[in-house]
Design a protein around this ligand. Structure first.
Ligand SMILES: [Zn+2]
Length: 439
């Protein structure tokens, strides 16, 4: 309705002006000032002035670090101004996220883009009187009495960066921010929902930001954690590519190995589990680690031990070669082979052999029993169904379950795929904004 009224108004205006003066282009006449303001855990508000009649379509394009593309929000223009409010009370955004935004107007065949602007989403919660100091490439931020601890973290960041640069054969690609939180509530308020409860420090590599909680552990733990977290940032720079993220076990393995320059107690954890609950397949810990204590600890332990083995057998340079292969877009298996000259499967097999155990094998699914539910008489329901289908072979890829009626179900499948793409597209952006956290 609003659109119609505006179109009518524009048409009326065109008529009036047309009578008074020579015909002129009467469309949207460009953007005025664009501004943004944020309140942590509340909102980010974007404002822009509009010249001339409202365009046919107005959109705000936004992206955060690590995004490959912008998220486009349609915005209803007012008479000479438009506002979009991103409700960050619902959609958690990590502090220090740099949001890049740009207004776009489409009027007839014309597309007008405003200049690109940025806003940094600061943690401006009441009581956090942030102070900061620059130490080399690191800016440390603290509040309250944490200055000495924050400066110590800054020094350790430099140590961790130098060490990781040497191991990975690259250089830190930009500055790093370290935020030191005193209370648990403040710290987890920064990380947002979804943070594991045992987290004491976290790196958001895309944001080049590390969050430390002073209550996260002893000062010895925090110092080791600082080195661990900044290694994640250097690893991100060393492996950054537009195709995929390196295996998580490898990322965490390198960060944990860097804490002491060896496998430390991690090898013992893997040994203990090899003789008890069993080891994981490396493919199983390439994306996410299990939430539980045993699964989480074992994932770190396997990653760290594998990195230690690779360095022992193939030299430290192997790690730099693996990182370089990732930068070129290699898969996990290709990167491991590029670093060691040994196929990944052989590296995995050697790992299990060292612990004297068999490599974990895929678990064959149990066949689903025939239904014992009374069904309507034949004719009202297709008796074929999927119940009697054979179980997929154990080596078939996920999503490739056999189907004997592919042709007839194709249209439905296409609809489902289309719906899934739409759903995933939306979810992906939300997930991206949530940012991947490396603990
Ligand atoms: Zn980590």
């Amino acid at each position: 309705m609003g659109q119609l009224i505006r179109l009518a108004a524009a048409a009326g205006a065109a008529l009036v002006i047309g009578l008074v003066s020579a015909p002129a282009a009467l469309g949207f006449d460009g953007f005025g000032e664009a501004t943004a303001d944020s309140t942590y855990e509340v909102e980010i508000q974007f404002d822009v002035d509009l010249r001339g009649p409202a365009p046919d379509r107005l959109e705000l394009l936004m992206r955060t670090p690590g995004d490959e593309a912008s998220f486009v929000v349609p915005v209803e223009p007012g008479a000479d101004h438009a506002t979009y409010v991103w409700d960050t009370s619902v959609d958690h955004v990590v502090p220090n996220t740099l949001v890049t935004y740009q207004w776009r107007a489409t009027d007839g065949d014309d597309v007008v883009l405003a200049a690109e602007e940025t806003i940094r989403y600061d943690d401006d919660r009441a009581g956090l009187d942030w102070q900061q100091a620059q130490l080399g490439e690191t800016t440390v931020h603290w509040y309250g009495d944490a200055e000495a601890q924050a400066r110590r973290f800054g020094e350790l960041t430099a140590v961790g960066v130098a060490q990781a640069e040497e191991l990975l054969g690259t250089e830190l690609a930009g500055p790093v921010d370290v935020f030191v939180y005193d209370s648990r509530e403040d710290f987890f308020g920064a990380l947002g929902p979804g943070a594991r409860e045992w987290t004491g420090a976290a790196a958001y590599s895309e944001l080049r930001t590390i969050f430390m909680w002073l209550g996260g552990g002893s000062s010895a733990y925090l110092e080791v954690a600082m080195v661990h977290e900044v290694t994640h940032v250097v690893f991100y720079d060393a492996t950054n590519n537009p195709f995929h993220e390196p295996a998580r076990w490898l990322n965490e393995g390198i960060a944990t190995w860097s804490e002491s320059g060896d496998a430390g107690e991690q090898r013992g954890i893997a040994e203990f589990e090899a003789g008890g609950g069993g080891l994981f397949s490396f493919e199983a810990i390439s994306e996410q680690f299990p939430i539980g204590d045993r699964g989480g600890q074992l994932s770190y332990a396997q990653g760290t031990t594998m990195i230690d083995d690779i360095i022992d057998r193939y030299g430290r340079e192997a790690i730099g070669r693996i990182a370089a292969a990732y930068r070129d877009g290699a898969s996990d298996a290709e990167a491991l082979e590029a670093g060691t000259d040994v196929p990944a499967d052989e590296l995995y097999a050697q790992f299990y052999a060292d612990f004297g155990v068999d490599a974990p094998a895929p678990i064959e699914p149990e066949q689903i029993a025939a239904s014992n539910v009374d069904r309507p008489a034949a004719g009202e329901i297709d008796e074929g169904g999927v119940i009697d289908e054979p179980a997929p072979p154990p080596d078939s890829a996920p999503g490739e379950s056999p189907s004997d009626d592919g042709a007839s179900s194709l249209p439905v499948l296409l609809l489902l795929v289309a719906a899934a793409i739409l759903a995933v597209g939306g979810a992906l952006w939300v997930a991206r904004r949530a940012q991947r956290r490396s603990g």
